[in-house]
Design a protein around this ligand. Structure first.
Ligand code: ZN
Length: 228
């Protein structure tokens, strides 16, 4: 299993192309979306299309996660700003999909979330990525990025890309096609992170999850026993 994740969208053109290609490949993915891009209150011609893309993601079995409202570096913000950035985005996602997001990715990655940030984000689970960061937002070399991804992926990896660049979407498709040939299947972050839970364990909102390898219980916590 590999979880491909796409940050900073949706994008009216590239996210649509990506969803088409995921559908063709029967692949599931996770989208960490920026709240202001899907906020009906924003006077932006792209918003309506972006909201329809969120509805399509949900209908097609993808996971929608929280990537803050303004793409804010959370550890540099105040606690009340962090709360607003996350809660406003979760409310908008819930308004569109009927469900609050279970996962969040801090802009800039885990090094930019302090424990106090994760406490505010709780019960959302903080998700980063494993292996290479292709820096696809500045790199335009698809072949190089595909090679980096294919070489670094293991069973349980989380791959980071951004769905607002044509080159990133192309990279995802080529990497998936090569990995599918090696027997990988492409699942949401929720499917991947739940693989070892069984009935006894749960994810811990105070941890940062960058992968979930087979049988790895190290970042899981035992469920509290229910009172009889
Ligand atoms: Zn981002």
């Amino acid at each position: 299993m590999v979880a491909f994740t796409f940050d900073d969208g949706p994008d009216p053109v590239q996210t649509k192309r990506l969803l088409d290609g995921l559908q063709e490949r029967n692949a599931k993915a996770t989208f960490f979306v920026v709240g202001m891009k899907i906020d009906p209150e924003q006077q932006d011609v792209r918003t309506k299309t972006n909201i329809q893309l969120i509805q399509r993601m949900q209908a097609e079995g993808h996971e929608i996660g929280n990537h803050t409202y303004t793409h804010c570096y959370l550890s540099q913000a105040t606690p009340s700003q962090v709360y607003k950035e996350l809660s406003k985005t979760s409310q908008i996602i819930e308004m569109i999909t009927g469900a609050k997001p279970k996962y969040m990715r801090p802009p800039g990655g885990g090094s930019l979330t302090a424990p106090w940030v994760r406490k505010i984000a709780s019960p959302m689970i903080t998700v980063c990525w494993s292996g290479v960061d292709t820096r696809d937002w500045e790199c335009r070399n698809v072949t190089k990025m595909v090679d980096q991804i294919v070489k670094s992926v293991r069973d349980g990896s989380i791959v980071l890309l951004h769905d607002n660049y044509a080159t990133s979407v192309e990279t995802a498709f080529q990497a998936m096609d090569r990995l599918a040939g090696e027997g990988y299947r492409f699942v949401t972050v929720d499917t991947l992170l739940s693989r070892n839970l069984g009935t006894e364990y749960q994810l811990n909102p105070m941890r940062i999850y960058s992968a979930m390898y087979p049988g790895d219980l190290s970042k899981l916590q035992k469920k509290e026993l229910q009172n009889a």
